[in-house]
Design a binder for this molecule. Structure first.
Ligand SMILES: CC(C)(COP(=O)(O)OP(=O)(O)OC[C@H]1O[C@@H](n2cnc3c(N)ncnc32)[C@H](O)[C@@H]1OP(=O)(O)O)[C@@H](O)C(=O)NCCC(=O)NCCS
Length: 158
């Protein structure tokens, strides 16, 4: 565990320098798990930063620690907090939980009337979501927006 002081905040333009390290970690974590979050391009991460739909965690000395972003469907009626990732050396010290709390608050602020949801097969994220007050639902309660279901295709990692 790494004990440096960690700052968790809405990502700003200056954080675009972390976009490649974020997508590389998404990819290597997915390979380590055999599945996981869909690989995103650095450009996609930068678009989320431009739209002020991303939360980042960094150390005081500027090392990247974690990231998560907001995805919307059906014209903002449904909102998901997606792409949660924490750098391996900072895991298991509550960073993911703090990021999810921050991005939940940001989602509520930007989309006061939206249904906020998350998809996960991971135990850590299930625990975090339960602690934050999320309730389990079936697929039929999620958005029927085709763009959402297209984004759910999971690439098999070989
Ligand atoms: C999943 C991930 C984001 C968790 O980050 P983290 O900062 O270690 O999580 P936290 O320290 O906030 O832990 C939250 C809870 O999950 C538990 N937890 C953390 N990692 C866990 C694991 N691998 N297995 C089981 N439980 C775990 C913690 O003990 C904690 O539970 P508690 O509140 O009862 O103490 C991180 O491991 C990661 O980036 N993994 C790869 C990408 C990924 O799987 N993303 C999620 C896609 S849905």
């Amino acid at each position: 565990m790494n004990n440096q002081e960690i700052i968790i905040r809405v990502a700003t333009q200056d954080d675009k320098k972390y976009s490649t390290i974020i997508t590389d970690e998404m990819e290597s974590s997915a390979m380590a798990r055999g599945t996981g979050i869909a690989k995103r391009s650095p450009e996609y991460i930068e678009t989320k930063i431009d739209e002020e739909k991303a939360v980042i965690a960094v150390t005081k000395t500027g090392d990247w620690v974690g990231f998560c972003y907001i995805e919307t469907w059906s014209h903002g009626e449904y909102v998901a907090n997606s792409g949660l990732i924490v750098a391996p050396s900072f895991r298991k010290s509550g960073v993911a939980k703090a990021i999810k709390q921050k991005i939940f608050n940001l989602s509520r602020q930007k989309y006061p009337d939206a249904k906020i949801f998350g998809l996960t097969t991971g135990l850590a994220v299930m625990k975090i979501n339960t602690d934050l007050g999320y309730e389990p639902v079936t697929y039929s309660e999620l958005t029927q927006d085709e763009a959402f279901w297209a984004g759910c295709k999971i690439a098999k990692v070989v």
